[in-house]
Each structure stands twice: as C-alpha cells, then as structure tokens.
Design a binder for this molecule. Structure first.
Ligand code: GCU
Length: 601
C-alpha cells in the first residue's frame, strides 16, 4: 500500500478516536450503579498502618516492586517477610479509620487495606472494581498488580478489571493516604475532621461486554415538555439501537448509536419534580445486550433577577447545611439509615432545601434527599486558600467537579453546583474559579452555578456584595456570622445588605455555637440562649434583604473538627449544630423551624 494512503487511513482513525474521546465530556463513570448486578466488597478488611510508607518505598525512597501490595506469604521458614495482612488489624469498610480505632484517632498518613474475595467468570461479561469514595489518595492493586490511582476523597472511581481477575481466589489491596498537602483540594486546613479510609462502599460490578455506560436524561433548558438526553454504549458500534422508555408517560423512543453515543428527545408532559411533590419516573434504557432502569425527576431551574425559579415559579430555599458526619456514632456517614436520620431532622426543621457541605456527599444521600423532596446544593471542596496558581491543583479541582456532575447529573433535586467556599479575592483565584464555572456550564448547562463567598465589605448601605466572582456565578452564596465572629447578636437585626449584582443571594452560612444543655443569659457564649438569640436577630436581618432567595444556616448537627479543641465545650466538635451529635435539639432549632413553618411555607 502506498505510504501516503496508509498515512491518510491512520489520520482518519486517530481523528475518529479523538472525536470519540471528545464526545465523552464526562469521565467514563458507570451511571446508576444501584441498578447494576454487583458483588459488595464491604465488610472487614485487613489493614496495615504505614506512617513511613514502608510498604511502598525502599530506604532510598524509591517505589518498590515487592511492596505490601504483593501480599506476600512465607514460602519457607527462612523467608524474610516483615508484614502479614492475615495477622494484622481489621477494620470495617465503608468507614473512616479515625473513629474505628482509638490509636488512629488523629492519624493522617498511609494505611494499607486488603480484601480477599472469590470470583468466577461469566461469558460476555465485563467487571468493574468501583469505589464510591476513598479519602484522599488511593493506589489500587489487584492480585499484586497495580491497576490505578485516584485523588480526591469524595467522588467515585472505577477500574475495568475483567482480564486481571482470576477464577477463584483474588485479593485487592488499596494504599490509602489522607496526608494533607498544600497543593491538595482541600488544602492543609479545613474545619472538618480529615477522616481517612475507604469511607464509602466498594463493589465488583458486572456488565455485559457491550453495555450502557453513561446517560443524561432531563428537560431541556427552559422547557417543561422537551425531555432531551444521550446514552453512551461501551463497546457499542455505530448503528446500534437504543430504546428509551418512560412507561408512566407512555413514551418509548428509539435512537441510533453514532460515535459511541445515541442522542434523543421526547415530547412529553411530565408532572414536574418539586419539594411538595417530588415526582420520579421510572426510565428504562435498552440495547440489544443490556438494560438499565433509573428513577428520574423532571423540573426546570432558572433565575430571574434576584429570584430563583423552579418550574418557572419563584421559590424560597428554606435550608440547612449538612456535613457527612454520622449521627450518634459520629465519623463518616456509612448507611442509608444515617442519611435518613439527618434528612428527617431537616424535614422536622421545615426545610425544602439542603446544602451538602463542603464536598459531594454519597449518592445514597442525594437519592434519599431527592425522594424526600429536598432541593440540593452540591459542592466540591475548593475550600479557603487553596493554591489557585497551581495547574495540578486546578486539574484536581476540575476532575472532582467532573466526577461530581457525572455521578449526579440525572438527579432533579440538585439545583446548584458550587465551585468554592470562602476563597480569598485575587487574580489567580478569579481565573481559577471562573474557569471552573465555565467547565461546569460545559458539562451541564441546565443547572445554576454558585459559590459561597465571605468577601462582603462594609459599605454606606451596610454590607456590600461586590466580589468579582459574582459575575461568573448564577447565584451568590454569602457566609456571614453576625453575632458570632462579628458584632454582638443584638446588632444583627439592623444590618443592611446591598449587592452589585441583580442576582439571587443565598445566605449559605449563618449561625453560632452552643453546647447542648448549657444554659445561661443570651449574652453568654456557648449557651443555648446565646445561639437562639443569634438566630432570632439574624432572621430579622434576613427578612430585610430583598434579593435573598434562601438560606442554609451552619449547621444541622455538631460535627468533628480538629480546629475545635476547647475542652468541656467543643471536645473536637464544631458546636454550631442546631442538634448535638447525640441527637439533642437546641433552642435555636425551634427558632429556625418557626421561621420556616410560620413564615415561608
Ligand atoms: C466557615 C466555613 C465552615 C466552618 C464555619 C465555622 O464559614 O465555611 O466550614 O465550619 O465557618 O467557622 O464554623
């Protein structure tokens, strides 16, 4: 064959593959794993605590070939192997190590996890090893072979491992490291405990070789009758059929795969998802070799001046902020029951909206909240002063954003993606965050983009919102602690606000601390009376903010933070919860509840 011809063919193929790649803006995370056939790898895992990363580096700090990931066993009595998972400690997955072992309470560093499991292959099957979350850095090995890494503690990742599995006994080893580093996201200081470990579930997911990998199904921007979407088919070929059906709406459409993707649109009149009626529809996607069903709600969200419109109607977001701290047992939330306890408390508070702070919470939390009718603010941990001029830090933040949106893009309850919390003004920061907001819009142009700011200045008319980041976002979140970090509580009622932007403002954080059961006058810090006064006067302040379209006071429940060492009061807990970590409601809980139930219903 003439060299020029082969070159042309080569060029064509490469453009095809890059096109293919370009076509997949999202990471290839399997969508809706709940609906997939899977084997859980949850339960007891063997662990080795390795502060010096002795199982990874040799004494010359060079990565070793025969590290702990080999799970080596003595073959003869003279063998020298200075670790043994089978005789080591065990820990429960999912979960953090800090609250499971007293000796690991403050531990930050490497812990090696090992799990044995049995596997028998099926024909025409692909197998994915799927982690819902590992904090912070994970290096994953299967049967002693490195299969991949992941950075970021709050989003899922997967590896296709079909060819690496053995018939019968297999073992997976994960090197988990939650060491804080300046270039990380979040960086070295955060006001929540740096819980380390395999904090969410681990699955072996089985799919047909050719399977539905990812899909997006929702109303087109600004339309309540045009459902649009796409489906990507792994190992699919052009011309393959894809069928999308919504039985309850008597809708069934067919589409054709082109470049690995099938686009479609459906004219329909769905009952729109809203807090009072969180309507979800069963949607089934079928191909010749695969089928998957999801429950999806349809709604539109937009802004009009300083108003937030849900399904074209103005809505006020009566919210509360929530950390992924487990009620009663504390540590990372690990079960649906714990999610429901937190959400039930938010329901009792009269909320129709929750801010999941400061990182993506579990898919279970998002789906349970959606079923209960909560509108959601979902966030990536671009928190305080990260390295805005560091390109790896940006790539990391962008990756966490992409994984967050990829996992939850079909959740109607999520109205806003937040790209940052309390970041200091500056050029590098503005570029960094403006780029992130643009990235978010590219990935999903149907939701609102926001950020929580604390850059309000003292102006003539009171507090002035003029942070240049206000230009890039659709909704401006403001964190302001009147009566706690600034001013006495009594001063707050008369505080006025002004904004340089004709955009909705959400008071994304407001509040103060109290130790449950500590009583005294309303001027005595840490008493329930003081916290209640802070809420009373801040609610008065917020009543006077015309462009306020919602709030998410800080915070539903006390949560652990290594910034809170005050003995007999904080005991390593941030005490700004309206409920203690042991479920005891403080006076301020009822102040906010009355405001939500009596005023804004
Ligand atoms: C900040 C921050 C929170 C923190 C809170 C507090 O605004 O966003 O993460 O916990 O203030 O100081 O309690």
């Amino acid at each position: 064959m003439k060299p020029i011809k082969s070159l042309l063919i080569l060029l064509f193929i490469s453009s095809f593959t890059t096109l293919f790649a370009q076509d997949r803006a999202f990471s290839d995370l399997l969508q809706n794993i709940d609906a997939r056939e899977k084997v859980s790898l949850n339960g007891l895992w063997d662990i080795i605590v390795d502060p010096l990363e002795n199982g990874y580096y040799n004494h010359r700090l060079q990565p070793m070939d025969n590290g702990y990931f080999k799970n080596a066993k003595m073959q003869s009595p003279s063998d020298l192997i200075e670790y043994n998972f089978d005789t080591s400690d065990q820990i429960i997955v999912p979960g953090d190590w800090n609250t499971q072992m007293e000796k690991l309470y403050y531990y930050e560093g490497t812990v090696w996890y090992k799990k044995d499991f049995n596997y028998s292959a099926k024909t025409n099957e692909l197998v994915y090893l799927y982690f819902e979350a590992v904090n912070y850095e994970a290096i994953v090995y299967l049967n002693g072979e490195r299969i991949g890494t992941h950075t970021g503690g709050y989003t899922p990742f997967q590896f296709e491992v079909t060819d690496k599995l053995k018939e019968g006994d297999n073992f997976v080893v994960v090197k988990v490291d939650n060491k804080r580093k300046r270039e990380n996201v979040p960086t070295v200081n955060q006001d929540w405990w740096n819980y380390g470990g395999i904090t969410r579930s681990v699955h072996l997911i089985s799919t047909p070789k050719t399977h539905i990998a990812d899909y997006s199904i929702q109303l087109a921007k600004g339309s309540t009758t045009d459902i649009q979407g796409w489906v990507t088919v792994e190992n699919g070929s052009d011309g393959d059929n894809v069928e999308i059906s919504i039985p309850e709406l008597r809708k069934n459409v067919k589409s054709i795969v082109k470049n690995g993707k099938a686009n479609f649109s459906i004219k329909a009149k769905p009952t729109l998802w809203e807090p009072k009626n969180p309507k979800l529809y069963e949607v089934t996607i079928k191909t010749a070799s695969d089928e998957i069903t999801d429950t999806i709600g349809f709604r539109t969200v937009s802004t009009q001046g300083s108003k937030i419109l849900l399904n074209g109607k103005e809505i006020f977001l009566k919210g509360i902020s929530i950390h992924e701290e487990a009620p009663f047992k504390t540590g990372r939330v690990t079960s649906k029951e714990e999610c429901r306890i937190l959400l039930q408390w938010a329901k009792e508070l009269g909320c129709n909206y929750i801010r999941l702070a400061h990182y993506p919470h579990s898919e279970t939390m998002v789906r349970e909240a959606e079923k209960m009718g909560f509108m959601i603010w979902s966030e990536i941990p671009v928190y305080w002063t990260i390295l805005f001029d560091n390109k790896d830090t940006y790539a990391n933040a962008k990756n966490q954003l992409t994984e967050m949106i990829s996992r939850d893009k079909n959740r109607a309850a999520i109205l806003m993606w937040s790209v940052a919390n309390e970041t200091p003004e500056g050029e590098a920061r503005l570029d960094f965050l403006t780029n992130l907001t643009n990235e978010a819009r590219k990935l999903d142009n149907t939701r609102l983009i926001t950020a929580a700011l604390d850059t309000q200045s003292e102006g003539e008319g009171g507090k002035m919102i003029e942070d240049p980041l206000g230009k890039a976002v659709d909704v401006i979140g403001i964190n302001h602690y009147c009566g706690w970090y600034v001013d006495e509580p009594q001063k707050c009622s008369s505080v006025k606000w002004a904004s340089a932007y004709d955009k909705p403002m959400i008071m994304s954080e407001v509040g103060g601390g109290a130790l449950y059961g500590l009583h005294g006058s309303k001027n005595e810090r840490w008493t329930e009376e003081y916290q209640a006064e802070v809420y009373r006067t801040n609610i008065e302040m917020m009543r006077n903010i015309e462009f306020l379209s919602g709030l998410s006071p800080w915070i539903l429940m006390d949560f652990r933070s290594s910034r809170r060492p005050l003995k007999r009061i904080q005991e390593d807990f941030n005490r700004k919860g309206l409920i203690s970590e042991q479920g005891m409601k403080k006076q301020a809980f009822y102040i906010l509840r009355d405001y939500y139930l009596k005023e804004n219903n």
